[in-house]
Design a protein around this ligand. Structure first.
Ligand SMILES: Cc1cc2nc3c(=O)[nH]c(=O)nc-3n(C[C@H](O)[C@H](O)[C@H](O)COP(=O)(O)O)c2cc1C
Length: 192
């Protein structure tokens, strides 16, 4: 094996593996949805996430105006819709949810909807925004409600049935599913 330099612009892909999301936003009576993979948990108490959003997106506009967004985690069945949500801007269509055949449903805590048929949901209320250079803003947000399909997630992702696995984005048109759950403690016992 040989370790070779890669272009810095591709470095973020080395960190890929977190699930891809459908991020929904709302401003007054307009709602929008986009694909997102640049987000991460950053605090447990209070529970917080950070989401990097391109400044040119409608999503950016709506988050700035409303101070909230929701994260819906899709499975493989929604892969093509995730791709389309990431290629088309809500600026160019009247109703991106309808255009993509995605259904908005009310969440538990916020006015912004979540996307029906996903495996899990986080509702996020922005506490701070960081200007991350020319292209993105990082929104730091408190998770004010979260829910997940029992078949898919109980304390961790269960990774059993294919349709109960979260979808991951590797870059470009490439996506992935995690293969199986490994338990370090159980494996250690087996090996003793
Ligand atoms: C799989 C995938 C992941 C993406 N992740 C992000 C992201 O984390 N942040 C971002 O700003 N844009 C991301 N994009 C691009 C946006 O989804 C894209 O610019 C979208 O058209 C913006 O829509 P809007 O203008 O309706 O908000 C991603 C696209 C794809 C396909």
């Amino acid at each position: 094996m040989a370790v070779k330099p890669i272009e810095l612009s591709m470095a973020h892909r080395l960190l890929a593996g977190g699930p891809v999301a459908l991020v929904a936003t709302r401003y007054r009576d307009h709602i929008n949805v986009m694909a997102a993979s640049w987000f991460t948990p950053i605090s447990m108490e209070p529970p917080m996430v950070a989401l990097a959003v391109h400044k040119g997106t409608l999503t950016h506009d709506y988050i700035e105006r409303s101070g909230e967004f929701t994260i819906s985690l899709p499975n493989l069945a929604l892969m093509e819709k995730v791709r389309d949500a990431g290629m088309k801007s809500g600026r160019d269509v009247r109703d991106k949810f309808a255009e993509l055949g995605l259904e908005p449903v009310a969440g538990e805590a916020l006015d912004t909807p979540v996307v029906a048929g996903c495996l899990a949901y986080l509702e996020c209320s922005v506490v701070e925004a960081y200007d991350a250079g020319e292209d993105h803003t990082v929104f730091f947000a408190e998770v004010v409600a979260a829910s997940a399909e029992q078949e898919a997630f109980r304390e961790t992702w269960l990774l059993e049935e294919e349709e109960a696995k979260p979808l991951h984005h590797l870059g470009g048109h490439k996506y992935a599913l995690l293969e199986k759950l490994l338990d370090a403690a159980a494996r250690e016992e087996e090996q003793e």
